[in-house]
Design a protein around this ligand. Structure first.
Ligand SMILES: NC(=O)C1=CN([C@@H]2O[C@H](COP(=O)(O)OP(=O)(O)OC[C@H]3O[C@@H](n4cnc5c(N)ncnc54)[C@H](OP(=O)(O)O)[C@@H]3O)[C@@H](O)[C@H]2O)C=CC1
Ligand SMILES: CC(C)(CO)C(=O)C(=O)O
Length: 316
């Protein structure tokens, strides 16, 4: 595998939504051999409008190469798995024909449990760990919209050892418009991203507002650090303590006065959409129980999101 285009460099992006559309679009724009595995209604939108990345002054248009489940005839070299946790089981079945002996799967999902599902289905040697730091969404027209400038992809071997294929995958996944990095401890990186996501998700969902709205009322500034302490305690008990600098950074994010920062979970709740409650919140509080860590605030947030999930499911 080298980093040019052609045989040995075929990338399949599963899902062309907020993250897959962004990173896959960037890679396609850089001339990489990118195909998007999409379902019929997304294929129709992309076929009509193309893949557009907007926001922060950007107007990128790509003519994406699309494929449907059932049309995959040979393995790809790298599979970027960018579905939400609620679509994971189906996506695993749909993408299976694309996974051969030399395929590396890079999951974009928040949380941890997807690694177990992917390892069980494809073997741990096929699955890299992945952390994406980006803030993107899909608007009513189907365009990928950037909400904040950060754009980073970090990958690593689950076993933590350096490898030639990790370097090659990193090269293949490097393109202008985002940073790509490798780490020797992707499991810890995934845990720490998880702590951040549940903290901002629980804060904004429990208090129903942006960070600035929450810290602007009496008592509001204590909630974020309280939630962070619980999530960080679970991560530490699982063997992944957060360094002081990372705790300080998250604390600053959840206590910044005037901040309009929210979370994708809160935006989904407000829009009446389903969330990744079990994968992102339920799994963490389940692990907290198993590790004998008390998480009353996270339990409450999880309960609230479960009620929302039940309501959206029964409203269908
Ligand atoms: N958005 C963000 O800023 C960030 C998201 N993440 C995480 O990344 C993961 C993906 O999130 P995000 O990209 O936002 O989600 P989106 O819902 O925007 O995109 C997921 C896409 O996957 C598609 N999909 C689902 N199942 C299949 C399937 N079987 N075959 C083909 N396509 C499928 C969906 O298509 P369809 O339209 O057909 O349903 C949808 O377009 C989540 O775990 C999220 O938590 C992490 C960091 C930042
Ligand atoms: C906070 C953010 C935008 C960062 O990745 C995110 O992924 C989320 O809110 O779920």
């Amino acid at each position: 595998m080298d980093t040019g285009q052609g045989t040995g460099n075929r990338i399949l992006v599963v899902g062309a939504g907020a993250t897959g559309g962004f990173f896959g679009g960037r890679l396609a724009a850089a001339g990489r051999d990118v195909t998007f595995l999409v379902r019929p209604h997304r294929a129709a939108t992309l076929g009509e409008r193309g893949l557009r990345i907007t926001g922060l002054g950007e107007r990128t248009l790509i003519e994406p190469r699309l494929i449907g489940a059932g049309e995959i005839t040979q393995p790809y070299d790298v599979v970027l798995l960018s579905v939400k946790a609620t679509g994971l089981a189906q996506a695993i079945e749909d993408v299976a024909p694309a996974v051969g002996r030399g395929t590396s799967i890079v999951p974009f999902l928040n949380g941890m449990a997807h690694l177990d599902a992917l390892n069980a289905r494809f073997g741990a040697e096929s699955v890299l760990g992945g952390v994406v730091k980006v803030a993107t969404t899909v608007d009513a027209d189907g365009d990928v919209v950037r909400l904040a400038p950060m754009a980073e992809l970090t990958i690593g071997e689950q076993h933590g050892q350096p490898s030639q294929r990790l370097r090659e995958v990193c090269g293949l996944l490097s393109a202008p418009g985002f940073e790509t990095a490798v780490t020797a401890d992707i499991i810890t990186a995934m845990w720490h991203k998880w702590v951040f996501i549940v903290t901002v998700g629980a804060l904004t969902c429990l208090a129903r507002g942006s960070v600035g709205e929450i810290v602007g009322v009496p008592g509001g500034a204590r909630l974020g650090p309280g939630i962070l302490a619980e999530a960080a305690a679970v991560s530490a008990a699982a063997g992944h303590p957060l360094p002081a600098g990372e705790l300080d950074w998250i604390t600053e994010m959840v206590t910044r006065r005037g901040s309009d920062f929210t979370s994708s979970t809160y935006r989904d709740v407000v829009a009446g959409q389903s969330t990744e409650v079990e994968h992102v919140f339920g799994d963490l509080v389940g692990r907290a129980r198993a590790l004998s860590v008390d998480t009353p605030l996270l339990d409450l947030a999880t309960l609230q999101l479960r009620v929302h999930q039940h309501r959206t499911a029964t409203a269908l």
